[in-house]
Design a protein around this ligand. Structure first.
Ligand SMILES: Nc1ncnc2c1ncn2[C@@H]1O[C@H](COP(=O)(O)OP(=O)(O)OP(=O)(O)O)[C@@H](O)[C@H]1O
Ligand SMILES: [Mg+2]
Length: 344
């Protein structure tokens, strides 16, 4: 399952519109898609014609551990399921205050549905709080919609700092792509913002631009994605093109990873620990493991994609370097201790 989050702390830049339209376009192409709304405003549901007060089992119940995600999934279109939200979700941050590993709550909830979907599309709230962090930790990649305004450019800089923080502090390497949305190509300012984005992010900016289109606003009002409301409108064309670009990027990524293997490292440690892994594969820079709750108890884990070869590594549990107790392969390290070794 490819996990994509629409994120930008700036409000009203097209996160929800993009989330529901790419989810629908992928579903129209026959991909199995799950849409998760992490925004207490509940706009994803409204954009698909589902009113927030009709949502009995929402993402809040899942994140607060009351139900499994499977029980909150609603089929909304052919190939498209969703877990919606409503205002109750605003209580999540307070509910989780002080709990260790709270940024990984969503990641842990997704364990059982990994094989059921081709794509997970997550809509996030404006601002960067615990809900957005949960989305970022659960995502492989972030799409950052930017509508042409100087506030948006400022918001983009701040979000990129957050993505760097996610990598530095949590060791989660999140790919990101910038998407120009709601662009009125008749104005010089819009054109200027688009060219700034392409210049600043030559490898991380979608070629597709989402043009400003009044049919999008109408579609939102009628609770429909643009691709259902009017298949002749510019937005449907733009979102179809964006979906193709997203799929092409996946093909390029697969091509690059063809000769690589995904290795899942496991470590048992108390739930309130800080568990990291470092080795030859990450220049011995500790990366954080995620706590996953399974039938046989909780375990810390991290998957790392590796090329063929031998790699030495160790876990770092609450600051103490510890070899992998499940791996018999060991070699002496230069400090009189031992490193675990894995052959890929
Ligand atoms: N391409 C477009 N053309 C015209 N209007 C658009 C376009 N994209 C989005 N809009 C409109 O802009 C408004 C904000 O869009 P949207 O709700 O998707 O932003 P958002 O980033 O999710 O906002 P929030 O941060 O509040 O969640 C909506 O009224 C939507 O209909
Ligand atoms: Mg929104």
């Amino acid at each position: 399952m490819r996990r994509i989050i629409l994120v930008n702390q700036k409000g009203g830049c097209g996160k929800t519109t993009t989330a529901i339209n790419i989810a629908c376009c992928l579903a129209l192409k026959g991909k199995k898609v799950l849409l998760i709304d992490l925004d207490p405003q509940g706009h994803s549901g409204q954009g698909l014609g589902v009113q927030p007060d009709l949502i009995e089992k929402s993402i809040y119940e899942v994140l607060s551990g009351k139900i499994a995600i499977e029980d909150a999934i609603m089929p909304v279109r052919e190939n498209l399921d969703a877990v919606f939200s409503n205002i109750v979700l605003s209580a999540f941050e307070q509910l989780m205050a002080g709990k260790p590993g709270r940024e990984y709550t969503l990641t842990g909830s997704l364990a059982g549905i990994e094989e059921k979907y081709d794509y997970l599309i997550m809509d996030s709230p404006p601002g960067v709080g615990l809900l957005s962090f949960n989305g970022l930790m659960a995502a492989d990649e972030a799409i950052i919609p930017v509508e042409p305004s100087s506030f948006s450019l400022d918001g983009l800089e701040k979000l990129l700092e957050t993505i760097c923080l996610v990598k530095e502090k949590a060791g989660h390497d999140l790919a990101f792509s910038v998407l120009a949305t709601n662009v009125d190509q008749r104005t010089n300012f819009s054109k200027k913002v688009v060219s700034i984005l392409k210049e600043k992010f030559p490898d991380n900016c979608f070629s597709t631009i989402i043009n400003s289109c009044t049919r999008v606003k109408e579609a939102t009002y009628y609770g429909k994605p643009a691709c259902e409301y009017d298949k002749k409108c510019a937005a449907f064309f733009d979102y179809s093109q964006l979906t193709e670009e997203i799929q092409e990027r996946e093909n390029e990524r697969r091509e690059k990873q063809k000769d690589k293997t995904e290795v899942v490292f496991h470590c048992r440690a108390p739930e309130d620990s800080m568990v990291q892994i470092a080795g030859d594969f990450n220049d011995w820079t500790p990366e954080t493991l995620q706590l996953v709750h399974g039938e046989n108890g909780s375990v810390w884990q991290k998957s790392i994609t590796l090329s063929a070869g031998d790699y030495q590594y160790k876990f770092l549990i609450d600051g103490n370097w510890t070899p992998d107790s499940k791996n018999m392969g060991m070699v002496d390290d230069p400090f009189g201790s031992q490193n675990s070794v894995i052959s890929v």
